[in-house]
Design a protein around this ligand. Structure first.
Ligand code: F6R
Length: 364
């Protein structure tokens, strides 16, 4: 049942801390604090490239995985949505590792992409919530997200569990490839072990996020902006808003705004910014100032360190808990998912069963 929550989506949002913790328990040895992976179908130290594919929210998790794997493990990544990858016939580098991400393990396009990767001889590692699914059977290795059943059509907890697995994979990859030393690994593992507690703290901002939702619910169009690993978070926020509130939303890399979407900006198009403090803060802030100067209404998800600067220009600023920059996308995701939920409540839509959508898309 819903355990007293109004919707499965609300219940599953509140399970973020639990599923992140359970997934970490599966992947991090508590005694040594090292990431431990099952035997792999390839040598992480020598693979030349990785290929990531998935659909929808799982694809956005993959995009965050790309930022991590490239930056921390220096592994070049090709990434595409499964429905494109399977027909694109890309000239993939022999010996690359295929990686796919799926909650259900049954999504038709992702399954077809898995078969296409296997057909050209690549080993496939799958990040799956359904460990007895078709994709699980056909993959060379399954890394399980321990998120439990997800009932709400809109994915929530599966997403942060996917990020948790991808973060652990990045650490193992960095160690194998010599880009991460002992101290570096320990720092990142500490950041991950810190996450369940920090994720729980996000809910202390729910009432403030509801106020933000009051502005979003009045809009016909909403822009989401972010840079770096906060960009896929913006995409996830925009998708979730579209899915359950039926409000049109688009995400842009903040630096792309001036190449077109800036012409949309006026009082009627709120801008949701995912802007954690860290190396990209100043750049993103200056993009937001440009939007503000053109009459845009800013709604910002930042953290305690970024809050003061943002509250000077934004109508609503959410100071999410401070975490290591590595894991900010996990905390930011919970914020934008709550915003979509609160907006859907104001719109009175069928949150758990949005129109035209099915939980598992087994048609192409
Ligand atoms: C978004 C959502 C979808 C799924 C996508 C992939 O909230 O639920 O975008 O993420 O259909 O599904 P799986 O992960 O089952 O392959």
């Amino acid at each position: 049942g819903k355990d007293g929550y109004r919707h499965y989506m609300e219940k599953e949002l509140h399970e973020h801390p639990l599923v992140i913790g359970q997934t970490l328990q599966r992947m991090v040895d508590p005694a040594t604090r090292k990431v431990v992976l099952p035997p792999l179908p390839c040598d992480l130290a020598t693979i030349p490239r990785g290929v990531i594919t998935a659909c929808g929210s799982a694809y956005y998790a993959g995009m965050i995985g790309r930022y991590w794997l490239e930056e921390i493990a220096r592994l070049p990544i090709d990434i595409d949505v499964a429905s494109e990858l399977r027909y694109r016939n890309p000239p993939l580098t022999p010996g690359s590792l295929g990686m796919l991400i799926s909650q259900s393990g049954e999504t038709a396009d992702t399954l077809a992409a898995l078969r296409a990767l296997k057909a050209i001889g690549l080993p496939v590692l799958s990040v799956l919530n359904a460990e007895h699914s078709t994709m699980a059977r056909e993959s060379d290795l399954v890394l399980g997200t321990v998120a439990g059943p997800e009932i709400s059509v809109a994915s929530t907890k599966a997403f942060t569990a996917q990020l948790t697995v991808l973060a652990c994979l990045t650490i193992a990859m960095g160690r194998a490839r010599g880009t991460l030393d002992e101290a570096g690994e320990d720092e990142l593992v500490t950041a991950l072990l810190d996450l369940p507690g920090k994720a729980a703290e996000v809910f202390s901002h729910q009432a403030d996020i509801r106020k933000m939702a009051g502005i979003v619910a009045e809009a016909r169009d909403v822009l989401y902006l972010g840079r770096g690993s906060a960009y896929p978070v913006a995409m996830e926020g925009a998708l979730k808003l579209k899915e359950i509130s039926y409000i049109h939303a688009e995400a842009y890399a903040a630096g792309e705004m001036k190449h077109g979407p800036i012409s949309l900006i006026d009082r009627t198009v709120p801008i949701v910014a995912t802007i954690p403090s860290g190396p990209l803060f100043e750049k993103t802030l200056s993009n937001l100032q440009e939007a503000k100067a053109r009459g845009g209404r800013l709604l910002a998800f930042t953290d305690e360190a970024g809050a003061e600067r943002l509250s000077a220009i934004a109508e609503h600023t959410i100071a999410l808990p401070e975490v290591h920059p590595f894991v900010t996308p996990v905390i930011q995701t919970i914020g934008v998912q709550i915003l979509a939920y609160e907006t859907a409540l104001l719109k009175g839509t069928d949150v758990d069963q949005p129109r035209n959508l099915a939980k598992s898309v087994t048609v192409e």
